[in-house]
Design a protein around this ligand. Structure first.
Ligand code: NDP
Length: 503
């Protein structure tokens, strides 16, 4: 892999089209910032409509090129597996790239880069399991079947939080199926997508199968979502942007898969081990500085343990170490962008103005190095109500609001009283209650006595304004392939078309 932290430092990165780095047609480059210092550390290319067009052309040509189209499934699977192996071989370098770009913890990224190859391995194994089906029809001497085929060129728009992981979730299955891809990474975390495209060439994946057009959402993203050459879009990001993308795609009658925002409920019943549940809540909302779509940001606690739970949560939160993401003992690094930090501060302020109380956190750390970067203390807001603005809108930061409840019915009503439906969690020893929750909650994922433990083998996705479509397992293979119906008549005779036989 040629793209390394060292090669990136102070450099200009081109677009990755047709297997090689190229300069953007506008000649424009934009700085990428290191969130720990708020200083630029390299420049990426600002792609425009002309660059998007050449990336889509490259992907379209690769789609029909026999080097990819006529490759056997087994061979394609081997290349997908090889790409995963290369991610593993370069895991530490890729981890450092992510860490510099978006401030994610180095130790977390190292673990993530070691887990991501499993996903490639899993989908590599699916390349030759994309089954069609035969269908009995009322026609003797005929064979009627559905072929399952790749879709074409997939447009992927990914966010800045864990771009490698977000990309892998759909890129690995799309490759295994035989699609080709144009990726637009976030302008805030571009480097890892470029490095991955480069690794794909090293793995033997033909040029043009993966193209990366960097640039901002308003220019590059818009151009990609208006391009008539795309067969399906994958988008991960805010509900606001998701609506725009779905609108553009609808104009070209192109479907989308949308993983959007969340305001996930995390429910704690009195029968649980409080320390375990506290760890679950902390992991659900403070890990990755709360910059995860599944963050359990609304916490509902059964009345009898409310005070004890809040006390334990505050005590646990006090022990969380906010610090530089490359330091081993750090638990929470910075927020990835200045605008995101301002948003987090604004939500905490609005919560306080509406009557919530800061039990701990609520501000930027004041000391030296940390005061300089985009850090924010993990924050617990008590005396919160479900109708406060910070409890209704996605914050994408380390902020949780705690609300007591008395009955199961009241809790379900509160938990479902949100425009979102991405994830949910419940802590209880009562399996009947847990299963009632699983049935009644409007969320794509339900975690029982755990949180934030997504798996690429299971179907993940949202309900309501959290989006539609599923990633993971066979479901994602179905979503990025299509059925074509074929009927063979082997009777050897074609009936006179004007003789109608009544049955
Ligand atoms: P966005 O939804 O704006 O960005 C996600 C991706 O969409 C980025 O690649 C972005 O590009 C791109 N994009 C933005 N505008 C357009 C457009 N008009 N057409 C096509 N692509 C576009 O999220 P933000 O980064 O602005 O974050 C805002 C909020 O979104 C966060 O606070 C959080 O609430 C939510 N979010 C949710 C995520 C999730 O995992 N569900 C992930 C990220 C954010 P670029 O960044 O270059 O502008």
């Amino acid at each position: 892999m040629k793209t390394t932290v060292k090669s990136l430092e102070g450099s200009r990165q081109g677009l990755f089209i047709d297997g090689a780095f190229v300069a953007p047609s506008s000649g424009l480059y934009v700085p990428s910032y290191d969130p720990t210092t708020a200083e630029p550390w390299y420049e990426f290319a600002q792609g425009d409509a002309a660059d998007v067009d050449s990336a889509v052309r490259s992907a379209k040509a690769a789609f029909v090129n026999p080097a990819w189209r006529r490759m056997t499934q087994t061979e394609r699977g081997k290349l997908v597996r090889r790409l995963g192996e290369l991610v593993l071989e370069n895991a530490d370098e890729l981890a450092m790239i992510e860490c510099r770009d978006n401030g994610k913890l180095l130790k977390e990224m190292r673990a993530q880069m070691r887990a991501i190859p499993d996903s490639y391995l899993y989908f590599a194994g699916m390349a030759d399991k994309l089954l069609g089906e035969t269908i009995p029809v009322n026609k003797l001497d005929s064979l009627n079947f559905n072929l399952r085929e790749p879709l074409g060129v997939i447009g992927m728009i990914i966010p800045w939080n864990s771009p490698m992981m977000m990309l892998t979730g759909t890129l690995a299955p799309c490759l295994a199926i035989g699609n080709t891809i144009v990726v637009k990474p976030s302008e805030h975390a571009t480097a890892s997508s470029l490095a991955l495209a480069e690794l794909a060439i090293e793995a033997g994946i033909p040029p043009g199968v993966i193209n990366v057009v960097s640039g901002d959402g308003a220019t590059t993203g818009e151009a990609l979502t208006r391009h008539p050459g795309i067969t399906k879009y994958v988008f991960t990001g805010s509900t606001f942007t998701g609506r725009k993308i779905a609108g553009n795609a609808a104009h070209n009658l192109v479907p989308c898969q949308m993983e959007l925002g969340g305001k996930s409920p995390h429910v704690i019943f009195s029968d649980v081990d409080i320390d375990r549940a506290v760890n679950g809540v902390v992991s659900g909302v403070f890990a990755a500085a709360g910059q995860t779509c599944v963050a359990g940001s609304r916490c509902f606690v059964e009345q009898p343990i409310y005070n004890r739970f809040v006390e334990a949560l505050v005590e646990r939160t006090r022990r969380i170490k906010v610090g530089h993401p490359q330091v081993e003992v750090t638990d929470i690094g910075p927020i990835a962008l200045a605008s995101q930090l301002a948003k987090v501060e604004d939500y905490v302020g609005s919560g306080v103005r509406e009557g919530a109380k800061v039990a701990i956190g609520g501000r930027k750390p004041q000391n030296g190095e940390l005061a300089r970067g985009w850090y924010f203390e993990p924050t617990v807001l008590v005396e919160a109500r479900n109708d406060m603005r910070f409890m209704r809108e996605e914050i994408f930061g380390p902020v949780v609001g705690i609300v007591p409840f008395k009955t199961e019915e009241e809790m379900i009503e509160l938990a479902n009283d949100t425009e979102y439906g991405l994830a949910s969690g419940i802590w209880t020893k009562d399996i009947d209650r847990a299963m009632r929750f699983a049935r009644n909650i409007d969320a794509g994922t339900v975690w029982i006595n755990t949180y934030r433990s997504a798996a690429y083998m299971s179907a993940n996705g949202g309900m309501k304004n959290s989006g539609y479509g599923r990633r993971g397992g066979f479901e994602v293979m179905r979503e990025f392939s299509r059925l074509k119906n074929v009927l063979i008549d082997y009777s050897g005779a074609m009936q006179d078309p004007f003789v109608i036989r009544l049955r």
